[in-house]
Design a protein around this ligand. Structure first.
Ligand SMILES: Nc1ncnc2c1ncn2[C@@H]1O[C@H](COP(=O)(O)OP(=O)(O)OP(=O)(O)O)[C@@H](O)[C@H]1O
Length: 256
């Protein structure tokens, strides 16, 4: 099968610091892969390069065979890659549905003038988007909360809404940056089931960064480990847990 994502020798330097060093990674369609490593290892930088937030210093990134190295974030989103961020980034004062609709507006064809003049075409598209947004919310279990203010949602639901917003752009590849951060054990368990479910439901390939080892080991089929910008190990959960370099990297972090 042709890979959905292919990173080749991807490097990012900030001044004298090599944050990510000649990183290679290939994802097959439908895979659920974890990217782990101690603080500052370079994980989020890898995401930022894939999504076009950072332009790699060297190397190539291909999505579905097409080179996207250095493409701006909106183009990367339009091609089919969506992400969530480490910290919750919702419009707290807006409703749950409105938060999702913001993502749809990226796709809306009618011009800003159409919206301003309230042309019939704009209203039809707006209505279709609202219906699609409601359907998406139902699919992710937030249908009953569509008109609640986003900031009033419990934390676990807010994170779920962020994922829903990413899904609204109809991605084929979803990048999740620490989706379980700040969650209690029950929320984390729900999240694990949720991630598995949306992968099936939406036909996604998922790459996730996570410090919660229970989550990573529980749902990822394959795990890649970064340390100081270097790729130090890859394997299934059992192999990674027993890998001497991985144990050393995490012990080093505890001592620091
Ligand atoms: N925009 C930037 N400018 C300068 N240095 C940066 C920038 N972004 C990241 N870095 C540095 O690159 C290194 C890797 O950071 P990155 O955030 O990718 O690590 P991480 O593995 O995601 O860490 P964490 O688990 O703590 O989120 C760090 O030393 C960080 O300080």
């Amino acid at each position: 099968m042709a890979p959905i994502l292919h990173l080749e020798g991807v490097t990012m330097t900030f001044g004298g610091l090599v944050a990510v060093d000649r990183f290679d990674l290939t994802l097959q369609p439908g895979e659920l892969v974890g990217l782990i490593g101690p603080n500052g290892a370079g994980k989020t930088t890898v995401f930022n390069m894939i999504t076009g937030h950072y332009e790699p210093t060297a190397g190539r990134i291909l999505f579905e065979g097409q080179e996207i190295t250095g493409s701006p974030p909106d183009r990367v989103t339009a091609l089919g890659i969506a992400r969530t961020f480490q910290n919750v980034r919702l419009f707290g004062g807006m409703t749950v549905l409105e938060n999702v609709l913001v993502s749809y507006h990226v796709r809306l064809r009618s011009s800003v003038w159409g919206a301003f003049l309230r042309l019939p075409g704009y209203n039809r598209e707006e209505e279709a988007m609202r219906e699609e947004g409601m359907e998406l919310l139902r699919q992710v279990g937030l249908g009953g909360l569509a008109h609640a203010e986003a900031s009033s949602l419990p934390y676990g639901q807010q994170r779920r809404l962020e994922i829903a917003r990413a899904l609204a752009t109809r991605p084929r590849l979803l990048l999740l940056d620490e989706p379980a951060a700040g969650m209690n054990p029950e929320e984390t368990r729900n999240l694990m089931a949720f991630i598995r479910r949306i992968r099936e439901q939406f036909g996604l390939t998922i790459l996730l960064i996570e410090h919660d080892m229970k989550l990573v080991m529980g749902i990822c089929e394959r795990i890649r480990v970064l340390d100081h910008g270097q790729s130090i190990a890859e394997g299934d959960p059992a192999a990674i847990q027993a890998h001497p370099k991985v144990i050393e990297a995490y012990l080093g972090e505890e001592e620091a």
